[in-house]
Design a protein around this ligand. Structure first.
Ligand SMILES: [Zn+2]
Length: 205
């Protein structure tokens, strides 16, 4: 519990409230995931009928529905109505965007922060939308390198800015929990690019 206000809301209710805002994947897919989690419990030697696990397959299925909601979002829908004309030419930096994603190799989280910067070229996007773009790509199975590039590409495509820089610092639980890396290790990656001058082949007559 982060603050006193949330004490009246159970963990499950809070999860359901957040899930209520996402693009759902449909009852059939949730049921299929539920079956898979049930099989997983059996495969690891657990008893899915014991009290603590009775509702686990359903909870886990809904959690995965939430954690992969980014597959059902599109960039166009997301930034719709949130682009503004602007004369600004200074760097716009949105830093410390909380980031939660799933490693595509182990289905185990990597968590951290994204810092997104761009130099506008006539258009800017609402600050909260920048965080939503990060969420959209983070809520897919990812590796950190691709996630970083996808966010940068999305901003290049949407804003056609003079340049974009994206830095993601993350801790990979798949490595930490398996003892592959030290507990405090943080992976940092940066990606930036500039709008290239138009190549001759891109001219149209
Ligand atoms: Zn991994």
């Amino acid at each position: 519990m982060r603050d006193g206000n949330s004490e009246t809301e159970t963990e499950l209710q809070a999860a359901e409230r957040r899930i209520g805002k996402i693009a759902r994947c449909g009852a059939a897919r949730v049921a299929s995931m539920e079956q898979s989690f049930l099989a997983l419990l059996e495969a690891i030697g657990e008893d899915p009928k014991r009290e603590g696990l009775l509702r686990t397959p359903g909870r886990a299925a809904r959690a995965f529905e939430f954690l992969t909601a980014g597959y059902r979002q599109s960039l166009d829908e997301l930034v719709n109505n949130a682009l503004f004309d602007s004369e600004a030419s200074e760097i716009i930096l949105v830093k410390d965007i909380e980031l939660y994603s799933l490693c595509e190799h182990h289905l185990i989280p990597f968590i951290g922060k994204a810092h997104v910067a761009y130099i506008p070229n006539g258009k800017v996007v609402g600050l909260s939308k920048t965080a939503r773009i990060v969420d959209m790509f983070a809520r897919r199975l990812q590796i950190q390198e691709n996630l970083t590039m996808q966010i940068a590409d999305a901003l290049m495509k949407t804003l056609e800015p003079r340049g974009v820089g994206v830095v993601i610092e993350a801790k990979h639980l798949c490595m930490m929990m398996r003892g592959v890396e030290k507990q405090n290790s943080v992976v940092c990656l940066a990606f930036s690019k500039r709008m290239p001058a138009p190549a001759p082949s891109s001219y149209r007559f």
